[in-house]
Design a protein around this ligand. Structure first.
Ligand code: KIV
Ligand code: ZN
Length: 543
């Protein structure tokens, strides 16, 4: 039932950078994708689905960069069932030591009739030809019959049998719209095993979406029915309600592995750090009560629970926070710590930096240590990811002034550097100081962006905490042109962009994050302009 050597080992396939990145408002640049891929390799996932290379030049570059630099996991590129997609995916991943092409075509009649405007016979032809083409290029080929759980199981079995005959090494059964119930999903897989006995010779994989909150339950049902690869995304991000949460699957196997008779080979202590990185770079917050990685996932509030845990942990705890690496909030440095101590602490945290980057991080650390008595590992991690962020050509906030009072509306002035290096200034009187800064940035750049989301989180507790701000902006209006030269692209369309920043002053963090969000939205609009027509909707997806 599996291509892995141990029949009880479940392979962990991470799609944070592909399906996860399709979440509304997320737009990671190549450096950010590489940083996440390195974190996933440290986590020890078996497969990283690095992206959809044909989608845009940026996607291609990121997948190729990951394939060339990230060692350990299989590096996978997604391709629709057509020759151009498959060639492009192969080009992107071929330099990996362990490349995989993942190709897919829908088998549900709903998709065949309304989306593909095709026939079952054509779908069979596409599946056969695409797997054959991929297999001629690459030894490791995954095939997915998309929307399988709403498709006729007999027809899906015919398509799967063709894919296996053409040499697919993994067959993935997606619950694309998160519609299946756990027992239905298990029965679907069991029936496929009956109809396609050759499935026993390849890895069966599960890919579940969370529209009904069943993604992890369905994945577990699939594994119990014989699947030995689970696809998921860190923090459960992805299309609509997201994908199965990878950390929940991993900790489920880790905690209940004995009962299930299954294992996986993941460095669980890297989970919390990877989750924080993904949240920070995507701008997607983790809900406080989220299983495994939520702030409160290991907190005990009620007196009865606290009393029990103090007497004996196992009274109310089924996992140890240290197992997922949630003990990183220890004090690591103080006001008098020097450059060498910072360098050693950052190395411990997985950021081996030197030279100009270390100098920049040291300057930020000193500024923080002046304001904050205790600098924790979480503070350092937030500072260093902010500092190491590769600034792509975009708008950058140089300075701001805000006059705020309870007697008149706040007035802000800002200075911004534009992507082509010009220094521009703007002013605005807003509803609040943050609003005034954001609108002053609009005035300075001449872009009429609208704020879609604004979130402030404290990196750690305490009054002197570092503030982390996430912003999502929206550009484009069917009636209004924007002055970036993209009006044609955006006519009748809307495009969002996310930005994030950390600082002890939340107005400053907000302004920097807003300028980054604006830059990301403009880059997305430009990428959409360059992308093939069929990919534009996905690239312009709005919440
Ligand atoms: O949900 C889905 O069907 C997918 C496929 C591309 C595997 O993401
Ligand atoms: Zn999916």
């Amino acid at each position: 039932m599996t291509a892995a050597t141990d029949p009880n080992r479940v392979l962990i396939f991470d799609t944070t950078l592909r399906d996860g990145e399709q979440s509304p408002g997320i737009s990671l640049n190549t450096a950010e994708k590489l940083e996440i891929a390195e974190a996933l390799a440290r986590l020890g996932v078996d497969v990283i689905e690095a992206g959809f290379p044909i989608a845009s030049p940026g996607d291609f570059e990121a997948v190729q960069g990951i394939a060339r630099q990230v060692e350990g996991p299989v590096i996978c590129g997604l391709a629709r069932a057509n020759p151009a997609d498959i060639d492009r995916a192969w080009e992107a991943i071929r330099d990996s030591a362990r490349p995989r092409i993942h190709t897919f075509v829908s088998t549900s009649d709903i998709h065949i009739e309304h989306q593909l405007r095709s026939t079952r016979a054509d779908v069979k032809g596409l599946a056969r030809a695409s797997v054959a083409q991929a297999r001629a290029l690459c030894d490791d080929v995954e095939f997915s019959p998309m929307d399988a759980t709403r498709a006729d199981v007999e027809f899906t079995a015919e398509v799967v049998a063709l894919a296996v005959a053409e040499g697919a090494t993994t067959i993935n059964i997606p619950d694309t719209v998160g519609y299946a119930l756990p027992d239905e999903y298990a029965r679907f897989l069991t029936r496929l095993y009956e109809l396609v006995p050759e499935l026993a010779g390849v890895t069966l994989s599960v890919h579940c979406h969370d529209d009904l909150g069943l993604a992890v339950a369905n994945s577990l049902a699939g594994v119990l029915a014989g699947a030995r690869q689970v696809e998921g995304a860190i923090n459960g991000i992805g299309e609509r309600a997201g994908n199965a949460s990878l950390e929940e699957i991993v900790m489920l196997l880790h905690t209940r592995g004995a009962a299930l008779g299954l294992t996986c080979d993941v460095a669980t202590t890297e989970i919390a750090r990877t989750s924080r990185l993904v949240s920070r770079l995507t701008g997607y917050a983790v809900q406080p009560n989220k299983a495994i990685v939520g702030r409160n996932a290991f907190a005990h509030e009620s007196g009865i629970h606290q009393d029990g845990v103090l007497k004996e942990r196992s009274t109310y705890e089924i996992m140890d926070a240290r197992t997922v690496g949630l003990d990183a909030n220890s004090l690591v440095l103080g006001k008098h710590s020097g450059r060498a101590a910072l360098r050693a602490a950052l190395e411990d945290l997985g950021y081996p930096i030197d030279g100009a980057t270390l100098n920049a991080a040291f300057k930020r650390f000193k500024e923080l240590a002046d304001k904050k008595k205790q600098v924790t590992a979480l503070d350092l991690e937030a500072l260093v990811t902010d500092e190491l962020r590769e600034e792509l050509a975009g708008y950058a906030l140089d300075w701001f002034d805000v006059e705020a009072s309870s007697r008149r509306p706040p007035h802000a002035r800002v200075g911004v550097t534009t992507p082509d290096g010009r220094k521009v200034e703007g002013a605005f009187t807003g509803d609040g100081p943050v609003d005034a800064v954001f609108r002053a940035i609009n005035a300075a750049t001449g872009i009429d962006a609208r704020l879609r989301e604004f979130r402030v989180d404290a990196v750690t507790g305490g009054q002197d905490a570092l503030g982390e701000v996430n912003v999502i902006v929206e550009l484009g209006d069917p009636d209004a042109a924007i002055t970036t030269g993209l009006a044609g692209v955006l006519a009748g369309e809307r495009v969002t962009g996310a930005g994030q920043a950390v600082a002890t002053d939340i107005i400053e963090a907000g302004g920097i994050a807003y300028a980054r969000a604006l830059s990301s939205a403009v880059r997305r609009a430009q990428a959409a302009a360059e992308a093939p027509e069929a990919m534009r909707a996905a690239l312009l997806a709005t919440p």
